[in-house]
Every structure is written in structure tokens, then in C-alpha cells.
Design a protein around this ligand. Sequence first.
Ligand code: SF4
Length: 465
Amino acid sequence: MFKDIPVDVGLVHAGERIRKTDMYVELGGPDIEEKFELVRVRALNQVTDGLINIIGPDISAMEAGNKYPLGILVEIAGKDLEEDIEGVIERRIHEYTNYIEGFMHLNQRYDIWTRVCKKAFNRRFTSLRFVGMVLERLLKSELPMIERIQITFYTDAEKISPVYIEARSAYEARDARARGLTDDDVDVFYGCALCQSFAPSHVCMITPQRYANCGAISWLDGRAAARIDPKGPIFAIEKGECLDTEKGEFAGINESAKKRSLGEVNRIYLYSAFAFPHTSCGCFEGIAFYIPEVDGFGIVMRGYSAITVNGLPFSAMADSTGGGRQVDGFHGISLEYMRSPKFMIADGGYSRVAWMPSDLKEQMKECIPVTLFDKIATELDVKTVSELRDFLMSGSHPVVERWETEEEESMSGEDKVRPAAVQVFAGGDFPITTGGFKIILKNARIYADRVIVQTIKPKDMRKGE
Ligand code: SF4
């Protein structure tokens, strides 16, 4: 696409993953604490059009196989540009940098994770300047109201700190602006299909009380995006008739999901993780996961690298949750949605949350009802599901009442159908060592990463293998 850039640039490369063995260097990512991408609208005289700065080592000066900090500050100016568009343009960084062959960009805001592959480096993709050139050209051609643009990359661990702090407070100010409105106050919701190159059936449904999964697009951002680029990936959705107030089912949302997912997703409950949960692409900030043993939820955010209470790390659950599917009991969420009064309200909201990492619990303190705060376990309290059960019981967590109701129902012979949930089993998880059992999985959906078909050789058959 661009003759002065040594690798190809185009939609065909979106969604390309670079594995560790193929990577030349990593910038940002889970091992680097301070990383960010930020767009700021400035006055015309504050922006030098086309200027690209690199503060810290460029790719050519980096050691192969190493990890480095990364800050991307994009400053734009134009007489029709307003501050409320910053978040929307910022999300395009993910889209456009992914067009670059041999460059991977994941996540958003303070969570970015990028890699340059060895092949691209060997083809002279040795400077972040090329990433800047792609961003500058695509942003200006797609959004003509950007008259001037300058981009600064930070890779120096010390110099990134003050700008990282500025970025965090800019995100917070943006999110705070979007708080206060309710879903009942508006007639129009917004949809975002930006991640369809990664998850073709996924559309984020963005309402005042259900922030986008990636945490980067609020309802106000959606409104601004649809206004400046009506044919772009963010679009308005007429809310239509409310079909279920508690679960958050709207005729307009269902219709739009059906159309945009080409019939894959026909119904969505905005405020529930069961039956027809919101789909998840792969950019979600966190996951709410059902723990069948306690009939409650665990919550884990992307930055949590330890094993969660159900024995799985975030990465394993992310694989089961993402891809644009509706997975009963597994739900991609953003931090801002956790602040919403509608947060999984149909499932019980915080009174159904049984476990979360201690730092997240502290961060969400103001949103968790005071009476529940001490009843929710963290990794400091329990390590396994059976310890969790004991913890919840001793603290009289509200989910315990659900167990009692279930027991009463089973004593009275009622055939209770529990919500189906995804559970990942390893062979050793089944404590069954003799025959004579039948396992019936009711309402189960089974997903497989690979299906291997092998012919059985006559020799093996003779051995009974
Ligand atoms: S996660 Fe959702 S809102 Fe965020 S960019 Fe992807 S589709 Fe859009």
C-alpha cells in the first residue's frame, strides 16, 4: 500500500498473531507495567503536522527477544475536532496498526501489547516511525476533520512515567463524563463492529449503562463516532421495544445483532451472563465466570497473571470466552460496566459475585455494597473452590441461600435445571474409577480447538488400542 514502508499494509493483515518464537521484540504487554496509547485534541498551533518523535530506543536499537515499554501519544488538531472524539480516534490505533504486516497490536488504553515479528524486522521494518506513518496516513484519510497530526512514541522506561500518569487521568475523566446517564434516558444505543476482523460475529452493544467490553468506548463516544463517521464501524441502533427490563433485552439490539453477525447471534441480554449473554471478541478488560460449585461468579481482569479460584488462568478462560460466541456463564466485561448499577443485575449483580482478585476488589470498593464487601473472597482468602465454599458459608454470602433453596427443591423432588455453564475438565477431574456410571450433559455446548481424525490400524485394533 505504501512504497516507503518496507512491509505490506492492508486489511488482510488484521488479526495476525505473532507467537513468541516468531517475535523480534515485544513492546507493552503483561510484563510491562507502564504502557499506554492516548489521543489528545490540541489547538492548531500546538501540532506540527507529520512530526513523528521517538523518545527512547527505536526498534533497530532494541535487543532481539526483549520486552520494552511503549507509549503512543497521538496529538491531533482541526477546527471541527472536539475533545469528545478522542476515545473514538484512539480505538482506531488498534485497527490501523493491525493492518501492518508483521506488527501485532492487542488491547487498548493502559493495556496495550504489541509485537514486531522477525520476518518484518529482517525486511527492514526497524523503526516505530513506520507505525507512525501508517497511523498518520490512515487517520487523515479516514477522518478528514483531522487537519494536523503529530505522534510521539515513548520506549524509555523513565520518560514514559509522567505521560503515563497523564494518560490514566485522561481515561478517568473520559469515563466520569459518561457516568450518570441511564439506559432509560435514551432512545438510541450504539454498536461497534471494529473487532469483527478478529471475531466475525461479534458486535459490542454500547449503552449508557453497559460500557463496551474493551472499556474504550462509552455511549458518548459512540454518539460522537456515529456523528463524524456515519458509515464507520460504530453505528446508531434504535433501541426499539424493551422485551425484558430485568435482563436488558431490546428489539433494536436483537435486530442489529442478527444483521451484523449474519444470523449467528439473534438475541442478546445486556445485563445477564446466562442464556443469551453479550458476545465477546478478545479485547475485553475482564471476564465474569460462573463457578457452578458455589452458584456464583468469579471476576478476573486481564492483568491478573495468577491462577484463579477455579484453577484456570485468565488466558485459558479468555480462549473459551472470546471469538464472538455467546458462552453461557462466561462473560467479557469492562471495568466501567462493573461500576454500572446494571452490572449483571439479572443474575444478582454483586450479590452473586463470590471471588475476585484483591486489588480489583479494592479498586471497585465504592461500587460493591458495603454489606457484601467482606463476604467476597479473594486470592488472599482462598485458593480452591472447596475453600471458597467454606469461606462463603462462614461469611453468610447471599449465594449460600441459593444452595439452601436448591437443597430444599431437590429434597422435595423438584427437577431443578441449573444454568448451564462452561466447565473445562481434565481427565483427572472425574473421580470415577469404576464403570456403571452414566454422565448426562444437559443443555451443554461442546467446543473444540481441534478435531483430529485418525485411522485405526488393523494392528492397533488387534491389540484393542
Ligand atoms: S471491544 Fe467492542 S467497542 Fe471495543 S473496539 Fe472491539 S468491538 Fe469496538
